[in-house]
Design a protein around this ligand. Structure first.
Ligand SMILES: Cc1cc2nc3c(=O)[nH]c(=O)nc-3n(C[C@H](O)[C@H](O)[C@H](O)COP(=O)(O)OP(=O)(O)OC[C@H]3O[C@@H](n4cnc5c(N)ncnc54)[C@H](O)[C@@H]3O)c2cc1C
Length: 397
């Protein structure tokens, strides 16, 4: 059988893409491939679970548009399908004069991106919202919240199946070649044919481009982010979401405190260097593969971050698994020690930092595409990104 469309990747981007295509073209013969045994097994099911509002992103950029529109769409989806979420709000706390000036820029960006209810907080006002946080100034972002992303993905999977789509787990795409009517796909569970293919491979996005015989416009640089659970008797110290002001030297939002929608509080992610497999989601002892080490030489954009990494300060990647103490140190400046539990929260993610602007474009082009309310018709060819286009900086967390 020849499918009309095969979507590769069972993270939120692949699932949302498949769902939108089905909404636009209900008769589509659609198949979604996922190499793992479950949906949302990678970034989507292991991230901070935060509903971002678009505070950080360059006004007018695809990322800002995705965040602002995506938040509204995600809230509507959660309400419709009864998925656990809460708009608890967050504060971004500046602890040095330099951070205060960066906070001013975030304030301008937040306004330009149309965030509602954005408020500057004095030290006393910080205490009203988060009694145990301290800083020179802060931003209160009431729109932000928390959500159960795995539940969102599970529901998207149900909707895809109910609409006649097929989801094949434990099926890894290996190669894509042009065929008589579209594309031939070699997979670990046998060959497939499709008129159109959309790849949404997350951290494997570049590999999937190579699997199609094309040269990727960017290479993914893997980082692993680790989270620590706050001990139950200290969780009262964090009421909402508490973030530091991100350091533009790093692609991360910084170690933050996140209340989880299903209970508990985490601190993280403390980024580690990618000396383990980029594909690994699991405890720190999970072994890597040599193949993943060879990603270094062709990582344009990685080298500038190496001196910065050497600084080993808050938010900088560490070459070793992160200890609770290091995590605590990262947060100490804006919140009191919270006694993270001795073990990192299990099954945490590899992260995909930007370093190369075009890499981010890969991910966000796809995201922008799947979040627009009226998706364009399927393209004649899978939509590979073009090289050289500029993109806004990316912050992860
Ligand atoms: C540390 C960290 C924290 C974050 N925190 C937040 C947050 O709080 N809020 C937020 O909105 N965003 C957050 N993000 C970003 C968000 O998690 C990602 O943007 C999003 O999950 C990306 O979804 P995806 O579907 O592209 O990738 P993924 O979720 O990684 O999914 C890609 C899927 O493709 C599959 N795949 C890859 N190759 C193949 C193949 N060859 N064959 C078959 N399947 C394949 C993989 O197995 C995987 O399941 C965070 C990201 C990181 C790294």
């Amino acid at each position: 059988m020849t499918y009309d469309l095969i979507v590769v990747g069972g993270g939120i981007v692949g699932l949302a893409t498949a769902h939108r295509f089905q909404e636009a073209r209900p008769k589509l013969k659609l198949l979604l491939l996922e190499k793992e045994a479950r949906l949302a097994a990678h970034q989507t099911g292991n991230n901070s679970g935060v509903l971002h509002s678009g505070l950080y992103y360059q006004p007018g950029s695809a990322k800002a548009q995705c965040a602002v529109q995506g938040l509204q769409q995600m809230l509507a989806f959660c309400r419709t399908h009864g998925i656990a979420h809460e708009q608890c709000g967050k504060i971004v706390v500046a602890t040095t004069p330099e951070e205060v000036s960066r906070l001013d820029r975030l304030w301008e960006r937040g306004h330009a991106n149309g965030l509602q209810g954005l408020r500057r907080l004095s030290p006393a006002q910080i205490k009203e919202i988060e009694p145990h946080a301290a800083g020179l100034a802060a931003l209160h972002v009431p729109q932000e919240g928390i959500v159960d992303y795995p539940a969102v993905c599970a529901r998207l999977g149900e909707l895809i199946r109910q609409a006649g789509g097929e989801i094949r787990l434990q099926t890894r795409l290996q190669r894509i070649t042009p065929g008589a009517t579209g594309w031939n796909l070699a997979t670990t569970t046998g060959p497939l044919e499709a008129k159109f293919v959309v790849t949404c491979g997350g951290l494997h996005a570049d590999r999937l481009v190579r699997a199609s015989g094309q040269k990727p416009a960017a290479t993914i640089i893997p980082f692993r982010g680790e989270y620590h659970q706050i001990k139950p008797d200290r969780q009262f110290l964090v009421r909402h979401l508490i973030y530091p002001v991100p350091d533009p030297k790093f692609p991360f939002l910084g170690v933050h405190f996140t209340r989880l929608v299903n209970g508990g509080v985490e601190a993280g992610p403390t980024p580690c260097w990618p000396l383990r497999a980029r594909v690994t989601v699991g405890p720190p002892s999970t072994p890597g593969t040599w193949r993943n080490h060879f990603v270094f030489p062709d990582c344009g954009g990685f080298s500038p971050s190496i001196p910065a990494c050497a600084a080993m300060k808050s938010g900088a990647p560490s070459p070793r698994p992160n200890s609770p103490a290091r995590c605590n140190d990262s947060c100490r400046s804006f919140a009191p020690p919270t006694s993270p539990s001795a073990e990192p929260a299990s099954a945490r993610k590899p992260c995909c930092p930007p370093a190369s602007s075009s890499r981010i474009l890969i991910l966000w082009r796809i995201a922008a595409f799947c979040m627009s309310s009226t998706p364009p018709p399927p393209p004649r060819r899978p939509p590979w990104p073009s090289a050289g286009a500029s993109a806004p900086g990316c912050w992860i967390g």
